[in-house]
Design a protein around this ligand. Sequence first.
Ligand SMILES: Nc1ncnc2c1ncn2[C@@H]1O[C@H](COP(=O)(O)OP(=O)(O)O)[C@@H](O)[C@H]1O
Ligand SMILES: O=P(O)(O)OC[C@H](O)CO
Length: 493
Amino acid sequence: MSHILAVDQGTTSSRAILFGPAMEIVAVAQEEFPQHFPRSGWVEHDPADLMGTVLSTARAALEKAGKGAGDLAGIGITNQRETTLVWDRATGRPVHNAIVWQDRRTAPLCADLKDEGFEETVTARTGLIVDPYFSATKLRWILDEVEGARARAEAGELLFGTVDTWLIWTLTEGRVHATDATNACRTMLYDIHDGAWSEEICGRLGIPMAMLPEVRDCDAGFGTTTLLGGEVPILGVAGDQQAATLGQACFRPGMLKSTYGTGCFALLNTGETAVRSSSRLLTTIAYQFGGRPTYALEGSIFVAGAVVQWLRDGLKAIGTAAETQGLAQAADPSQEVILVPAFTGLGAPYWHPGSRGAAFGLTRSTGPAELARAALESVGFQTRDLLEAMHADWTDADGAPTLRVDGGMVANDWTMQFLADILGAPVDRPKVTETTALGAAWLAGQKAGVWPGMEEFAAGWALERTFTPAMDEAERDRRYAAWKRAVAATMSV
Ligand SMILES: Nc1ncnc2c1ncn2[C@@H]1O[C@H](COP(=O)(O)OP(=O)(O)O)[C@@H](O)[C@H]1O
Ligand SMILES: O=P(O)(O)OC[C@H](O)CO
């Protein structure tokens, strides 16, 4: 009973990672699942795919390592956040596909809420801004659009959950309807100061509160599952960006991580203070133990690695994501192509759902290499946007915090060097870049008593490489100013 299984249910794939007693990775299994785009701007997942791939990858990871349920001290769950599900309490049957965080269908409702001045209430209570990104308007859409859903919800027959809640419900075979504070705080329905669902926001949006799950600490215990061949407790839950914050051991106020997967999400630990942003960042819960939340400022960018996927699958300009590195190195230095990947609007700090992608500076000789370089650079520029906003909101006595990075894209050295260059600050890449899974595993492992507590775990964080800025300041400022002009142009079209 010395192993921990981390389940990472992400936007494009589910991963199961088995950790051994020394917190080492023993086995990994990963499975992609279909993305459904029923209309422009709509993104859905089949709830059965989410659960199915979680179970098959969990079983595959155990099998690869020659282990079984009896070897597990516990399970930690981490997940894509905000994605919204509604299902029947009695049968467990979803009433609609999961509406994914990237989905923009509720933009008109969000515009109405803003027009009537409701955003101030939302920000004051939830720390968020009004945007289709969050769960609340997606849930409202399901209640409005699925036949009979509102009446069934009001009769107490339907349950709402983010992906963690759906997985917990299914893994415990309907015994536990719960979420953790880090997932609850992304719904736009949860008061992050009171630690309770907001009656006022639920009232305005017509959400029956009986649908909402119980909110627990990240390591509260979430029931047991027998679906892996024996009884195993679910001991830890956190949204994926918060789990990465834990995995990066960003436990002290002022510590900062940024994760580069499909999107990019930077979280700055602000300790017990819920800092209200003056620059359109989100105030969110980084983690919660013993009923006490630790807060963070978050910058959310919708397209990071997804721009590389677009080069590969959309443009067919590259065969693999890793090819972008060689292409960027070989790109013509005299061409300055800027790509603003606002494919699904712009997230923080602009929050402009109407923007769409644009390329600037194209010439007849612009080819895949220059586009690949511009794509990778867009990730650096967008991170600088976030960090500028964070510096405006948070002044640290120790100066600017060092950025700890993780996620699939940080394998790209060229991108990490450009990131350091354009930030004008060092970028630290840890030895373990599977930090999201590590964070979820740590929640479960420390709860089970087989992994160390916060301080010892933090002391074990190991650096693989620091990328140090090499670009001169005038060049950095010139390049960043050009980026800002390009972003402004996408917002004015
Ligand atoms: N070597 C690389 N260079 C650039 N981008 C990469 C590289 N390897 C992976 N990526 C990008 O990183 C993303 C995958 O990261 P991952 O952390 O697995 O994402 P997610 O959890 O969001 O599915 C993909 O969008 C992919 O295009
Ligand atoms: O699944 P990821 O890694 O793209 O993360 C998605 C985020 O949680 C969305 O807020």
